[in-house]
Design a binder for this molecule. Structure first.
Ligand code: HEC
Length: 386
């Protein structure tokens, strides 16, 4: 590369900023990949993702690890911004100003052919600021609602229980918003309109600077971007900032520790043999990966193995007075069937709708093949109660 070309490149993102972006990008993508299948558990794509990743339990585990990585990223970012603002006294270039509103309006008119020129912008355009603050907003919402779902018992001590399903709804809704914003807004602005590689290479060419950040270019040519700092002043400010940053870091890391270890998830906390009335979700929730819920030696009767099996594997949605129309909580209810009639035909497992449905697969609650075998044997033995 010739000298003139090299000198007309402008550093836009430092290596540290690029690494930070990469970490955030990977954790965001992982959160989306493991989160959306939980929001849409009935879709086939979701079910294959869950299967590939080793079941809903490991999907949740990966989701939690990615969330912790993102929390570390946020903490790093807060401390780095603090350093820039307090020690280096850089201008807060991400803060929205009146000019951003004017720029947005002018860009809007320009796109409609009603303004002659596109707005001239500085270090961060109004679009970049919107994306940044959308991320800040998203992180606050996702952090809060994520905490409430991760720690439902702690949450229910402080707030009414309804806040937990509300948090779940908000978490999923905000997630969808964030993913769509990245796909539509970010993809278009950064990859489609002009393929912007600055987040990888760190640099923009003079032409690109002139095109997208002309005011910043002017500042940099005038030498205004690098305020001269007295080394003594710098040292004094660092001496103040570093202890404060260390204190804040300990505080925030403590917060993450509390977030993660305050309690186990409700799933892990509820003993599998305990029978407690459970909240029947109005929104579908993926059910645990099938495992044998009862001892293989338990007698093949409703009061033996079978009733427990239904309670364990189907009780979440097919409890007493189930919204699905089919209650599998008692022998009488199970035999009575659902809104389409009887689902268990004693002596005829191959014709019982419940067995046919389970063999087909894809139901939100699925028996394992071993359990299905037990069920067939029970039905063929006449589906005895005791
Ligand atoms: C996450 C919730 C959920 C779980 C868990 C669940 N189901 Fe269902 N099930 C439903 C819903 C919702 C319907 C109603 C679907 C419809 O009307 O199309 C349904 C319908 C059915 C039906 C058809 C009922 C009828 O009236 O025709 C059968 C049979 C059934 N489920 C069996 C089971 C079995 C067996 C299990 C346990 C292995 C189970 N389900 C677990 C949500 C669930």
């Amino acid at each position: 590369m010739s000298q003139t070309q090299a000198s007309s490149r402008y550093l836009r993102f430092t290596l540290a900023q690029r690494i930070e972006h990469l970490v955030m990008m990977l954790s965001f993508a992982t959160l989306a990949l493991t989160g959306l299948p939980q929001k849409f558990p009935l879709s086939e794509i979701s079910q294959s993702i869950v299967k590939i990743l080793g079941g809903i339990e490991s999907v949740r585990q990966i989701h939690h690890v990615a969330a912790i990585v993102m929390m570390f990223g946020v903490i790093y970012h807060i401390l780095a911004v603090g350093y820039k603002l307090f020690v280096l006294r850089l201008r807060p270039t991400m803060v929205p100003t009146l000019k951003d509103i004017k720029d947005a309006w002018q860009a809007f008119l320009y796109n409609l052919g009603l303004a002659k020129t596109y707005p001239q912008m500085g270090r961060y355009t109004f679009e970049e600021k919107m994306e940044y603050w959308a991320f800040v907003w998203g992180a606050i919402i996702m952090g809060q609602t994520g905490f409430m779902m991760w720690n439902p018992i702690t949450t229910a001590r402080l707030l009414p229980g309804e806040f937990i399903p509300a948090a779940k709804a908000a978490h999923g809704g905000e997630a969808l918003l964030a993913v769509l914003a990245i796909i539509i807004w970010h993809m278009y602005g950064v990859h489609v309109r002009r393929f912007n590689k600055a987040m990888w290479t760190g640099y923009l060419s003079e032409e690109e600077m002139l095109h997208e950040h002309p005011l910043e270019l002017a500042d940099r040519k005038a030498g205004l971007d690098k305020p001269q700092l007295d080394p003594l002043v710098l040292r004094r400010r660092r001496a103040i900032y570093f202890p404060i940053a260390a204190f804040l870091a300990v505080l925030m890391l403590g917060g993450v520790y509390f977030f993660v270890f305050a309690e186990e998830t409700a799933l892990a906390a509820a003993s599998p043999v305990e029978t407690v009335p459970v909240y029947a979700p109005r929104t579908p929730t993926p059910s645990p990966t099938p495992t044998l819920a009862v001892s293989p030696e338990a007698p093949l009767t409703w009061n033996g193995a079978i009733g427990v099996l239904f309670q364990q594997k189907c009780g979440l949605c097919h409890g007493a007075g189930s919204f699905t129309g089919l209650s599998l909580d008692t022998y009488a209810n199970a035999m009575a069937g659902g809104k389409n009639g009887v689902v268990i035909l004693p002596g005829k497992s191959a014709e019982s709708p419940l067995i046919l449905q389970q063999e087909k697969g894809g139901h939100p609650g699925q028996f394992s093949s071993q359990e299905l075998e037990m069920l067939r044997a029970w039905i063929d033995a006449g589906a005895p109660e005791k």
